[in-house]
Design a protein around this ligand. Structure first.
Ligand code: NAD
Ligand code: UD1
Length: 338
């Protein structure tokens, strides 16, 4: 199939191009580069040994999007494009709602006008809020999202469900990602956050390389085995492969389908620090800080549905994730800037 990746120059999108290529699909990327660098695509080209067609445009730009659909025969869209920083979304709610909602509205309208009704949407474990049960299954009710970023994911899931309900020709796959970390084993592409990282793994790698003095561990008084927050970390290459599996569901005309993409294992902050130190033979200085507002104690999934229906299962262990995250950081001390 020919797949349009919105936001395909970003962290998850760039890794997904490689898995799509391996599976014999062709790609087109549209990205406005508001949170990524074109260099990521150059590096993907190096890895797959072929050019990656790229259109620098905003998904909210209807004419540019229409032009893409008129130029290429797009069989399905993987919609990664969106703003994703939780803290920033609380400071700039309008910008987040405007970008994430309008980009999706324009995309869906341009898709249907051009007869493409197959979409995979990047959703998030954040839609479960403080989860009703652990491990989280897809049947768990969506919860109250404490920030505008999470709200856009939750609202867009509803929009996509309604679109599919009104016109059953649509095939819509909602993928709820747990915590992607790691990088392609080449060390050429990886996570390249702007400014001070919000997420755990980039903070660890930047501490290990000396950009940050120490990691702050946000709370050690949660109801978890060691008191620190527990999450379901998944290797970004496993996550990327999950999109290829989801395309098979689209080919089988799945209608609406929802999957958790995680490993099903929970690791605490200190488990991750220990695994990182052990795997890479490094020390990560840390100190315990107060809890981060909005955080929950434990979040990990039951990934059985994706295994049963898509034949997809995560392959990588926490040690692989720590090794590959560090490999990217040490090869690219300043991200894509050098
Ligand atoms: P990312 O920021 O690296 O990639 C998103 C890409 O979208 C960026 O390249 C950015 O430039 C682009 N973009 C944003 N708005 C755009 C617009 N209006 N038009 C064109 N391009 C636009 O993020 P990522 O980590 O690769 O995440 C991809 C998707 O997965 C996002 O929707 C994110 O919310 C979702 N997600 C990410 C995580 C995570 O932890 N990384 C977890 C759950 C869900
Ligand atoms: C964050 C987002 C969530 C998003 C998810 C996926 C918040 C509040 N939530 O979730 O919406 O879907 O990423 O990427 O940002 N931690 C530290 N020190 C740090 C950073 C993190 O101790 O410097 C801890 C956190 O308290 C948490 C764990 O590490 O227990 C993971 O944090 P993080 O990587 O930010 O992911 P989430 O909070 O799960």
């Amino acid at each position: 199939m020919q797949i349009l990746l919105t936001g395909g120059a970003g962290y998850i999108g760039s890794h997904t191009i490689i898995e799509l290529d391996k599976a014999g699909h062709t790609v087109v990327v549209v990205d406005n580069l508001c949170n990524s660098k074109e260099e990521a695509l150059r590096r993907v080209e190096k890895i797959i040994g072929k050019p990656v067609p790229f259109v620098r445009a905003d998904v909210r730009d209807r004419e540019a999007m229409d032009h893409i659909f008129k130029t290429y025969t797009i069989d399905a869209v993987i919609h990664f494009a969106g703003l994703k920083a939780v803290g920033e979304s609380c400071e700039k709610p309008l910008e987040y709602y405007e970008n994430n909602m309008n980009a999706t509205f324009v995309l869906l309208d341009v898709m249907r006008r051009n007869g493409c009704k197959n979409i995979i949407f990047s959703s998030s474990a954040t839609v479960y809020g403080d989860p009703a049960q652990i491990p989280i299954t897809e049947e768990c009710p969506k919860g109250h999202c404490t920030n505008p970023y999470g709200q856009t994911k939750s609202m867009l899931e509803e929009v996509l469900k309604d679109v599919q309900k009104a016109d059953p020709e649509w095939n819509v796959v909602l993928l709820r990602y747990f915590n992607p970390i790691g990088a392609h084993k080449s060390g050429l592409i990886g996570e390249n956050p702007n400014g001070i990282p919000n997420n755990l793994m980039p903070y660890i790698t930047q501490t290990a390389i000396g950009i940050r003095k120490e990691l702050g561990v946000f709370g050690n008084d949660y109801d978890t085995p060691d008191g620190t927050g527990v999450r379901d970390y998944i290797h970004v290459c496993d996550l990327a492969a999950g999109h290829v599996a989801a395309l098979k569901a689209i080919e089988k005309k799945c209608g609406l389908a929802i999957y958790n993409l995680g490993t099903g294992h929970g690791y605490s902050v200190l488990d991750v620090v220990n695994a990182f130190e052990r795997e890479n033979g490094l020390k990560v200085p840390y100190s315990i800080k107060p809890r981060r507002p909005g955080d929950i104690a434990t979040c990990y999934c039951n990934p059985a549905k994706a295994k049963a229906e898509l034949g997809w299962q995560a392959q990588y262990e926490i040690g692989d994730m720590c090794r590959d995250s560090w490999n990217f950081q040490k090869n690219n001390p300043k991200g894509y800037e050098e």
